[in-house]
Design a protein around this ligand. Sequence first.
Ligand code: ATP
Ligand code: MG
Length: 276
Amino acid sequence: MTNETPAGDGAEEILAVNDITVTYRRPGRSLLTAVDGVSLSLRRSEVLGLVGESGCGKSTTARAVCGLEPLTSGSVLFNGEPVSPLSMKRRPKHLLGIQMVFQNPYASLNPRRRIGSQIEDGLGLNRQRDAWNVNELLEKVGLHPSDRDKYPHQFSGGQRQRIAIARAIGTGPDLLIGDEPIASLDASLQQRVAALMRDLAIQAGSGLLFISHDLAIVRTIADRVAVMNRGIIEEEGPVDTVWRHPTSAYARRLLAAIPVADGLGKLPGLPTRRQN
Ligand SMILES: Nc1ncnc2c1ncn2[C@@H]1O[C@H](COP(=O)(O)OP(=O)(O)OP(=O)(O)O)[C@@H](O)[C@H]1O
Ligand SMILES: [Mg+2]
């Protein structure tokens, strides 16, 4: 895979986040501006990595994109239509096209139902025709069709996360958001699950907003990356450009802190502590 040319270049824009601000009230303290004038865009079959330290506002941004967080100012357009918490309550059909995969796959799977029927529920939710069937989806994520009759607790954490991904992809989303989807997985699985999300999203023609602390993995799956710090986007651009020539001091510091050799051999041009 090469990241030189963004995969979604020239494709239809599915997400436009325009200068959004999200503030939280804190009892007895001043307002907290968790997201402060963030703008992002995403096209079909494009992967945008959103990285930054804990508490910088990544999840708040993701929730705002889904309409789960009221905006203090700015706007979010999904397929050209505004997303707002008000419209989310009425769940207009077009918002079914946004699916999220969370850190803990239990957040999206019902422990009391067989996984086959849970995946089936979502099939074709957003599209008129069923693009996938359950068996196909299970195989896509490395499981066996006979696994459809099992319950979530009968799988490992990594398998559960792959089931959550299969379920999200099966709905035919235009936008897939992974909020730390690999953080709870064993290190040996993280790269594979991240690559799987990328491959399935691209195959389905979805845009993928991939939020992660793991910059080395983001480097291998994203076309573009946005570096967030204290509620603002410090820097945004093609992954290779940001990695090789970070312009903000913050991005330089963040990238310099990545361990160099991860054994994958896929991180050319990565700045090292020694070089910086
Ligand atoms: N519901 C809330 N009420 C008040 N403050 C909140 C709320 N949710 C988040 N915050 C605060 O907003 C800031 C951004 O939080 P957010 O969860 O978006 O960060 P994050 O980048 O996702 O962090 P992490 O990498 O740890 O998941 C933090 O200071 C957090 O404490
Ligand atoms: Mg978060």
